[in-house]
Design a protein around this ligand. Structure first.
Ligand code: C5P
Length: 299
């Protein structure tokens, strides 16, 4: 493998559903969520090196200022090396396109891409089940990205059931400016109270929907975090409300603050300029099939 390099796709995600069942004894929340990779993606390049080295291209913004050991991609490489009991190194280059801290899973996806790629580069031959276990050491979201495509996740996010690729219309993502984002997942979970909890029926329903091959529609989507956006993310709430008043149905992306609209193809230009007026950057996207989301190529 010496001298070889790999390019790994690290896709963003949205949640078709996101439901919270209860607080677990370990303090995490038990959830049910159907996740979907989308075609917005980072590119992770991996090459042999003496130690683990992290490079982030200029579009990585403030991620470049943080110590490498705090980056999920770096931590993923260290965790795989530990699990496999080897002394290998790698130069990891992150070419960022997924907006950071936007609810689109970019950091988690980079970490999973590092695990999938280094498993090939280092020849560590870990099964997907093992890679998901290692991914769960890094965070609650990375295990999903080992499966990609459409999947039902449960537990704290660490139990992943891959589903057939959902059939979905084009979507318009709305991303707030960088300075209005920030690490907010823990505070979004903390804002939930037991009356927001459910049994996860929407996620089970979405699984059946995906399995039957029906096109995704607004009515089958739900996200519990939308119940706390008015207090926790007022700018997102204001924008989503303004769109609802015009007859649209926006959906929060993960724990926010980005959101998305289904089937935006019809009045794309008008919707895009409305989003800009509301202070959000519009990005047209679509669901990314598992096979495409897991692409690894020679660099
Ligand atoms: O797992 P991760 O480090 O990404 O989670 C960030 C924070 O979000 C956790 O520290 C926890 O406060 C909250 N969380 C939770 N339940 C989950 C996932 C995350 O309460 N299932």
């Amino acid at each position: 493998m010496k001298g070889r390099g790999l390019r790994v796709v690290a896709s963003a995600k949205i949640n078709w559903t996101l439901e919270i069942l209860r607080i677990r004894p370990d303090g995490y929340h038990e959830l049910r969520s159907v996740l979907q990779t989308i075609d917005l993606h980072d590119v992770v390049t991996l090459a042999d090196d003496a130690d683990i080295v992290l490079d982030i291209t200029e579009d990585g913004g403030h991620l470049r200022d943080a110590p490498p050991e705090s980056n999920l991609a770096y931590r993923a490489a260290a965790a795989l090396r530990r699990r496999a009991g080897i002394a290998a190194g790698a130069r990891i280059t992150l070419e960022k396109h997924i907006p950071v801290a936007a609810g689109l899973g970019g950091g988690s996806s980079d970490a999973a891409a590092v695990l999938r790629g280094l498993n090939v580069l280092w020849g560590t031959q870990q099964s997907d089940t093992n890679l998901m276990e290692i991914a769960a050491e890094i965070g609650s979201d990375p295990p999903f990205f080992i499966a990609g495509g459409t999947a039902l996740v449960s537990g704290r996010g660490d139990r992943v059931e891959p589903l057939p690729d959902a059939v979905a219309p084009a979507m318009l993502l709305a991303v707030p400016p960088q300075d209005e984002r920030g690490e907010k997942t823990a505070s979004m979970f903390a804002a939930l109270t037991p009356h927001h909890f459910s049994e996860g029926e929407a996620s089970v329903g979405l699984r059946a929907f995906a399995e039957s091959g029906h096109m995704i529609v607004d009515d089958v989507l739900s996200n519990t975090f939308e119940r706390v956006t008015s207090t926790m993310q007022p700018d997102t709430e204001r924008a989503m409300d303004a769109l609802r008043a015009q007859g649209h149905t926006p959906h929060l992306a993960g724990a926010g603050p980005s959101f998305f609209l289904l089937d935006a193809g019809h009045d794309l230009a008008a919707l895009s300029s409305r989003l800009r007026e509301l202070g959000f950057e519009p990005r047209l996207t679509r669901a990314l099939r598992r096979e495409q989301a897991l692409r690894i190529e020679e660099a």
